[in-house]
Design a protein around this ligand. Structure first.
Ligand code: SER
Length: 345
């Protein structure tokens, strides 16, 4: 008998850490973790198994299904937005072909065991593309259907994979003589920039917020690559995990869409600096704009409208700006660096 499990790809990443720790505490899930690198030792006790390997490796995926019966997939593996600009073809392979591989695997699994496979997919504010700052200011809180014209490879990849997921959930093989549903219950969240107290992001563009506070806590100077007036939405990692879990648990009949915005607070980079300086008064934070990376941030909305998530699955963030800094980031990060002098990667 194969074991029923929840598969988490990109398990070593920022969301992976938060999610595996959450499931570890909550119990009730047999987790199989997949990542390019060996799983962080701190996460291993929460997992039934872990594999290091590539989501593009079909042999590895087939090995997985020969051993496990997969009932839910949190497909977190991706190349983030800055890194994707340096290697757009690799980004397309990992972000799009990798997602297609996992969607097909979910479909095969559902056909075998006869139950839906829940497929949770983190999308991003990077799917939006605002043409200029004046439009961005006027647009304010954008809805899911607004300004879907991303400027980055990563944004294009995420937007297309949202559509792929919708196709699997609603229109799979629509011309087959005996049409059967794919069995993939695709659900996606467009996350704002995420800030974690215990991991640092790698290769993203919203990373300046995390980098600023982690640098300050270690007494290192930080030069921020966007203007101090740059503004996009952010969220503390515990709220991102809460959103994923709430959406995964929502009864299907409550869901009016497959893709949902969520958000918490929308500080400018200057306001983030002020909060970091309040907590770490000796920090040195300067602004040295990298024009191209700053332009990516300028193309993302300053806020998003998350009304459908609030209405359909009772979404609301626990951490506003004050609580994020005062109760989550500052105490956890301070303790963290005092404890071992370095941050988990
Ligand atoms: N935060 C991510 C990035 O900056 C976007 O989802 O790439």
């Amino acid at each position: 008998m194969r074991k029923p499990v929840t598969l988490i790809t990109g398990a070593n990443g920022e969301i992976g850490h938060g999610l595996i720790e959450h499931f570890g505490r909550a119990g009730g899930h047999e987790l199989v973790a997949l990542d390019l690198k060996p799983l962080d030792e701190r996460l291993r006790s929460h997992c039934t198994a872990w594999l290091d390997g590539d989501i593009l490796d079909q042999n590895l995926l087939q090995r997985l299904v020969s051993e496990y019966e997969i009932h839910a997939i949190y497909h977190l593996a991706a190349l983030l937005s800055t890194r994707s600009e340096y290697t757009p073809d690799t980004a397309h392979r990992v972000n799009v072909e990798g997602t297609l591989n996992l969607l097909m695997l979910a479909h095969q699994q559902a056909s075998w065991h006869g139950h839906h496979v829940k497929f949770l997919f983190p999308s991003s504010v990077a799917v939006y593309g605002l043409p200029d700052l004046e439009t961005k200011r006027r647009a304010g809180r954008v809805r899911e259907i607004d300004y879907n014209e991303p400027t980055t490879m990563y944004g294009c990849n995420k937007l297309y994979c949202e559509q792929l997921g919708r196709y699997f959930a609603l229109h799979f093989r629509q011309l087959a003589v005996e049409r059967t549903p794919s069995g993939v219950d695709f659900r996606s969240i467009r996350f704002p920039g995420l800030i974690s107290a215990v991991t640092l992001p790698a290769g993203g563009t919203s990373d300046y917020a995390s980098e600023m506070i982690h640098a300050a806590a270690q007494g290192k100077p930080y030069a921020c690559f966007v203007r101090d007036s740059a503004r996009i939405p952010f969220m503390a990692m515990p709220d991102a995990i809460k959103a994923l879990v709430l959406l995964a648990d929502a009864p299907p009949e409550r869901l009016t869409r497959r893709v949902y915005n969520v958000t918490s607070f929308s500080p400018s980079a200057g306001e983030i600096r002020d909060r970091v300086l309040k907590a770490f008064p000796r920090a040195t934070i300067t602004f040295e704009t990298h024009a191209a990376r700053a332009a990516i941030v300028d193309s993302w909305p300053e806020d998003v409208d998350d009304t459908p998530a609030r209405r359909d699955w009772n979404w609301s963030p626990d951490f506003g700006a004050d609580r994020t800094f005062d109760e989550y980031l500052v105490p956890t990060i301070s303790k963290f660096y005092k404890a071992d002098g370095k941050c988990r990667k």
